[in-house]
Design a protein around this ligand. Sequence first.
Ligand code: PEP
Ligand code: MN
Length: 260
Amino acid sequence: MQSALFNRQPDDKPFLISGPCSAETEEQVLETCQRLAATGKVQALRAGIWKPRTKPGGFEGIGTKGLPWLKKAGELTGLPIAVEVATAKHVEDCLAFGVDILWVGARTTGNPFSVQEIANVLRGVQVPVLVKNPIHPELELWVGAVERLKKAGLEKVGLIHRGFSSYGNTDFRNAPMWHLPIEMKRRHPDMPLLCDPSHICGRRDTLFAVAQQALNLGFDGNMIESHIDPDNAWSDAKQQITPEVLRDLIQDLVWRHETT
Ligand code: PEP
Ligand code: MN
């Protein structure tokens, strides 16, 4: 399937990044990634190595020892690998292991000191960096994070829309507030914009509708979490799907009047 994340051409198909919320074990990472590659629908692999958790005591990520697992998955499948970074040390570790794409998580985008620390360590390095929107609907923080990375000289900076947090029960884990990513794209027309239906929905049954809505609105693709045993995932169990369910979901998406 023809699809690039940067320098997108008019005919490029939507880009898809998938993989587990968290790397848990070597076997889980390798099996998930190989089954994803077998779908033929995925252009990049993801896994959280360091997990920002709301409260202490939960699984906070496997840490640096998970990077070689993901690297191996990338080599076995021929797909680029993407990892969330929140500190300068995370960036250094990712670069040392040849991680192909970095992304800045929602909690980090909301913290200018952290974004600046990441930007500083990336000065003089060319690696694609995707910036998730901050947790709360503050567009200027998203804009500012992008600016800090661009000012450090990074040429490939992209955007991920993961929805916005609100207090209390809503239909979404993080409300999409579509006008905000659309305004972001208006200001940065040359940057790829992906949607993250997993963290918007927080559940499986609405993933398709959100992924489809993103394509309808002109997004460049999606990042969707997948796991070989979603119910027993160590993080975000409710929203993850198996690689095969992902394949069927992607297959049914309509893009420019055709299924993907
Ligand atoms: C994630 O992608 O696993 C993640 C932690 O996402 P967010 O930063 O959007 O909450
Ligand atoms: Mn997650």
